[in-house]
Design a protein around this ligand. Sequence first.
Ligand code: SF4
Length: 277
Amino acid sequence: MKRINNPMEIYKLLNRSNCRECNEKTCLAFAVAVFKDKKQLGECPHLAPNILEEYGGDIEKPNTIDEDTAQAVENLKKRISEIDLSAAASRLNATFFGDKLTFRVFGKNFNVDSKGNLSSAIHINAWLAYPLLNHILEGKGVPMSGNWVPFRELPNGRPRAGIFQQRCEKPLKQVADTYTNLFKDMLEIFDGKKVEQYSGSDISIGLSPLPLIPILICYWKPEEELESDLHIFFDETCEDNLDIDSLYTLVAGIVKMFEKIALRHGISKDSKASFLG
Ligand code: SF4
């Protein structure tokens, strides 16, 4: 198995005929799909046997952001084991019983023990564990102000505002554009609360991915000559309770999760979410 660092390295292994027999529109699209684990290299029927043998139909890739985040989570767990978890619970208005601190995350209980181990009825992803542990370690417990601001207006948001728009707002808008009802259902499934139309948006839903870190997702449907739009807002105090890197990781993870659900369960524009039964 050879190490591959980017989709272009996969693209160079293909015959570049864009024949579409792999059900992708181009060889480049196929290369990107393989890099993202959505396709196997062996699904191109025109791959030279020696290449398939050399790469084994599977490829080794550099550490992904998720893998790096998973490593960071392990480091945070060690730090959790060194703090007074009951003091953290009272600072953050969480409950503490036995040796466990308990939070509500997406409307479900989420436990952290004194060794930093996490448990919950919902699946624990690294993108959720990383901000949650940072919140326990560094969150000041400042109450919410009720004032919503965009990412770029947070104290340390401006330098990352471009990437936040590219990686969070833009893909989430695509989900909302393509699967509008599914998008609304997903928000409701994750304990989203309808917020009175914020700034004239057609859909305004609040999520509570972490205590004291509410987010407001607003979607404007396309109208005559106007394109659709989507913006994500934060309580203006949220950086007192979560650092900007963790906040970005959290929202990027939520967006990835919504994209995955949409790809797996979305049927067509305005269809009902099939996974709701
Ligand atoms: S089947 Fe292979 S050659 Fe054809 S488009 Fe897909 S990747 Fe390219």
